[in-house]
Ligand binder design. Structure first.
Ligand code: HGY
Ligand code: MN
Ligand code: MN
Ligand code: MN
Length: 421
């Protein structure tokens, strides 16, 4: 392989900021709504379209895009551009979104990773490690209630995943996965062993107010929150709202309401965990003059301390059982996804901070209250995360935004950090 220009330190390399911003705009049209929100739930048609769109951009750039059995999209440079045979550096995030979410959550990290790879490729740069870009499948779990699906497969946590996952309406993941090029029977082939990566780097919007308030351009993430997601099914007995006596009703919605109150109180009054939320509920038959027979709801608990998180989970389980007895309904926790809190790698944090400084950007070290694929990949490799400011600190809503300048700065810091590791 002939390398025309060998910018081994990479100091001369700059990403194409205009191309990055244009790609983000175009991606936001896929699943885009009139209010500026984006709905690209994992394994939906829009998600599939976005994946194909990004794979096409990679191919047009002369890169190679493949899909592993878990549905993760991997982008690589053809040929061997490594100066050594140390394990690869993985860079990425996710393309799927929550229902009516923002245009940057996840998408930014994937498009920036593509830009990093394309920049290296166009410069013919030789790097110490192979650099691989990745979009992890179904990070949010908006349609299939297995958040971090792709990174859990990647990290080999197959035991923690249901064997035949279904979406909220009972459609099998097996089919949805096959449609994007994955294979539920071959998940093992998509797993990476501990030590097989030098590092995983994820660039993301902060989704909170810290960087904006402090007036910093770059966030060096020091830790990622722990999280427990529980999908709860409560079954009672439907009946006529006007004729069924109050005595003896088996109303699952009343039990759900009490449970929601308990969940909020866990964090707000009892301070058992940092935050606790019920963000999704489905009521059947959802009719104004019928007592419901079925409620499905999702509990999201977060804390940086695994012991507190475990205690909060036990409290929810206990409360659900007690409330179900009281309300004479059946309640089951259909699935629980636990993601442990993690610390990012100190060497990577230092590399991010040095990169930001060298490029002349202000920075702040901060924790992440949102979950990220990085905390799953941390099982097998040192991980690092770079944040850029979120305007008004909001995310998972259509108004999620970051200034174009900060978006470009983040990608440049990402590139420099990759070259430094
Ligand atoms: O829910 C989260 O923290 C993330 O956006 N997946
Ligand atoms: Mn998100
Ligand atoms: Mn995200
Ligand atoms: Mn009637």
């Amino acid at each position: 392989l002939t390398v025309a220009d060998k910018p081994r330190s990479g100091t001369s390399l700059r990403i194409d900021g205009a191309r990055l911003l244009d790609r983000l705009d175009r991606l936001a049209e896929i699943g885009g709504g009139e209010d500026g929100g984006v709905t690209r739930m994992g394994f939906s048609d829009a998600d599939q379209e976005a994946r194909a769109h990004v794979a096409r951009q990679a191919a047009e750039a002369g890169l190679t895009a493949t899909v592993d059995a878990g549905g993760n999209l991997l982008i690589r440079r053809p040929g061997d551009h490594r100066g050594s045979h140390r394990p690869p550096i993985l860079v990425g995030s996710h393309l799927d979104t929550v229902a009516n979410g923002g245009r940057l959550d996840g998408a930014y990290g994937v498009i920036a990773a593509l830009e990093v790879l394309q920049t290296l490729h166009e410069a013919g740069a030789e790097t110490d490690h192979e650099v691989i870009a990745i979009s992890f499948a179904n990070e949010e779990g908006a349609l299939f209630p297995q958040p971090f699906w792709g990174s859990m497969v990647f990290a080999g946590r197959l035991d923690a995943l249901p064997s035949e996952p279904e979406d909220y309406s009972g459609r099998p993941l097996r089919d949805a996965l096959a449609r994007v090029g994955g294979d539920l029977s071959q998940l093992k082939t998509a797993t990476w062993a501990p030590g097989s990566l030098t590092a995983y780097l994820e660039l993301h919007v902060e989704q909170g107010p810290v960087l904006e308030r402090l007036g910093r351009s770059i966030g060096v993430v020091e830790s990622i929150t722990g999280r427990i997601h529980m999908s709860v099914q409560i079954n009672g007995k439907a009946g006529h709202a006007g004729t069924t006596p109050m005595e003896g009703r088996q109303d699952p919605l009343v039990v759900a309401a009490r449970l929601i109150h308990v969940v909020q109180g866990l964090a707000r009054e009892e301070k058992l965990c940092r935050v606790a939320t019920v963000g999704r509920m489905e009521v059947q038959p959802n009719s104004p003059n019928t007592i419901p027979n079925s409620v499905r709801l999702d509990v999201d608990l977060r804390d940086s301390d695994p012991a507190r998180l475990a205690a909060a989970e036990q409290t929810v389980r206990g409360a659900l059982a007690a409330l179900a007895r009281l309300g004479n309904v059946r309640a089951v926790i259909e699935s629980t996804v636990r993601s442990a809190p993690v610390q990012t790698d100190r060497r990577i944090r230092d590399a991010i901070a040095a990169s930001a400084t060298e490029l002349g950007h202000s920075q702040e070290t901060l924790p992440s209250g949102a979950g990220h694929d990085a905390q799953i990949v941390a099982d097998l490799a040192p991980v690092g995360m770079i944040f850029v400011p979120s305007i008004d600190g909001v995310s998972h809503v259509p108004s999620e935004r970051t200034s174009p300048e900060d978006l470009v700065i983040g990608a440049e810091v990402l590139l420099r950090t990759v070259l430094k590791l």
